[in-house]
Design a protein. Sequence first.
Length: 202
Amino acid sequence: MRAARARLGPASPEAANAAKQLARDCHGRLVFVYTAAGPVEIATEYNCTDLLLVERTPIAQDEDEVDLYVANSWRASVLQYKLEIVRDNLNDRATDVRIVEPAVRNPASQPAAEITGVGSNPWRLSLSEAQDAIYVANSRGGELARITVSGHAVTRIALGAPAIDAVQIADTVFVPTTTRDRGLLADDEGRIVGSNFANRWG
C-alpha cells in the first residue's frame, strides 16, 4: 500500500511522512511493518483497508514509541496497536518492532483499543498537521471522521458523496470525492469541500 525507507524522527513534515509510511502492507489478517532487518508481522483482523503509524507523544520527541492504527471496513472501526521500535546500537537502524500493549494478546489479533463510531466503511487514514488527530475517510460510506490521538474522541461529518481520502493543509481538510453531479462540482459542493473542518473540530 505505502512504502518508505526513512527512519522516524522529530516532529517535522519529513518525519511525519516517514511515520505514516513505515507501516506498509496489510494482507488478510497480517500487517507488515518494514525494518532494515526485514518485515515484522503483526496479526490484526480481516479486511484491513489502511495503516497509519503515529508517534505516541510527539511533544516528547520519542520516535520509537509509536501507535499503529489499522482501518477495518468489516468491523467499521479503527484498531490501535501500541508498538516500540527496536534499533541497532551501531547504526541506529530499525531492526525490530515489539507490541507493548496489550502485553499478552488473546487472541493474537487483539488490539490495545478498538475505536468505533468512525463511519460505516473506514477506508483511508491520515494524520493532522499538528499530529494530534487522525482523519478517517469512509469512501462509499460518504463520511469523514476525526479521532483525537489523545483520548480517541470521535466526531463525524456527512459529505453526501464517497470520501476517498483526506489531507489537511493549514486550517483546511481536503477530501477528494466522486461528486453527486457527474464529476462536476455543484455550487454547494464547492463550499463543502472548502469548509474549514480542522477549525470546526478544534
